[in-house]
Write a protein that binds this ligand. Sequence first.
Ligand SMILES: NC(=O)c1ccc[n+]([C@@H]2O[C@H](COP(=O)([O-])OP(=O)(O)OC[C@H]3O[C@@H](n4cnc5c(N)ncnc54)[C@H](OP(=O)(O)O)[C@@H]3O)[C@@H](O)[C@H]2O)c1
Length: 267
Amino acid sequence: MSKETKQFVIFGNPVAHSKSPQMHNSGFEKLNYNGIYKKHLLEDGSTIKNTFLKNSYSGANITVPHKEHAYSNADEVRGLAKKIHAVNTYINENGRVIAYNTDAPGFLKAIESFGDIKKVLLLGAGGTAKAIALALQESNIDVTVLNRSEGKLDFFKNEGIKSYSWDNFQEEEYDLIVNSTSAGLKDNNLPCNKELLESVLKSAKYAFDCVYGKLTAFLALAKENGLEIKDGEDMLLYQGVLAFEYFTKTKADDTLVKAMRKGLKSE
Ligand SMILES: NC(=O)c1ccc[n+]([C@@H]2O[C@H](COP(=O)([O-])OP(=O)(O)OC[C@H]3O[C@@H](n4cnc5c(N)ncnc54)[C@H](OP(=O)(O)O)[C@@H]3O)[C@@H](O)[C@H]2O)c1
């Protein structure tokens, strides 16, 4: 590694499972960019800005559980991240830490392949749901949040987003149903009870699961009901591609996206 090699990392805890290094390093290679991307296990999220600067990192991605800390520590937050209150990308701009959220536009890019979507039911109310709900709202797509419990719904209500818990759900008809809960990640659970889910799936056209790399119980049920389905791989890819564009100040073309996807899928 030469002195000019720019260093990038993903901060997380745990971080061992992350595919981001393969994805970004494939992009650097394709572009002949003098950069290297590694994993950085960070235990104390409140130290994120100092750790970033102390190591002279040029850029970073941030994953669970540090996205909120990363937001509040940044020198400047740009774009929709200001409303989401969580960021997944840091850039070093002359010693100032600039933060973005690329999960939100990454999700929008991932659902483009479905075609016209006017109305969405979003299952879950965690960090990912916040990014997705605000991204949809900004695109003038009608979004309703449905969560297991009431506690996390205030954020959405304050943004003028219809939101319900399982107990008080008022069902309508939706084009797309999105699972942004962690049901399906390490288990085979559905994100809500089967009866309710089948009822909304019957009138919908598309189903998207943020979990990637497997056919979750949610996607299997959607498929059974004749919906077009998609897992979270493209969301992961495009949040990475958008971060890569900030890192390298280059617009990613199709061949670069293809190289990053190949990296993502490699061992
Ligand atoms: N593809 C990608 O690029 C990408 C990016 C980000 C995240 N993700 C995935 O998105 C999912 C959510 O991540 P997050 O960061 O938003 O998590 P989070 O902040 O921990 O939120 C989890 C949400 O899931 C709900 N939940 C958990 N277990 C459930 C169950 N068994 N049944 C129903 N609801 C349940 C929780 O409901 P309560 O409020 O009731 O606890 C909460 O609303 C994870 O699977 C993550 O891997 C994917």
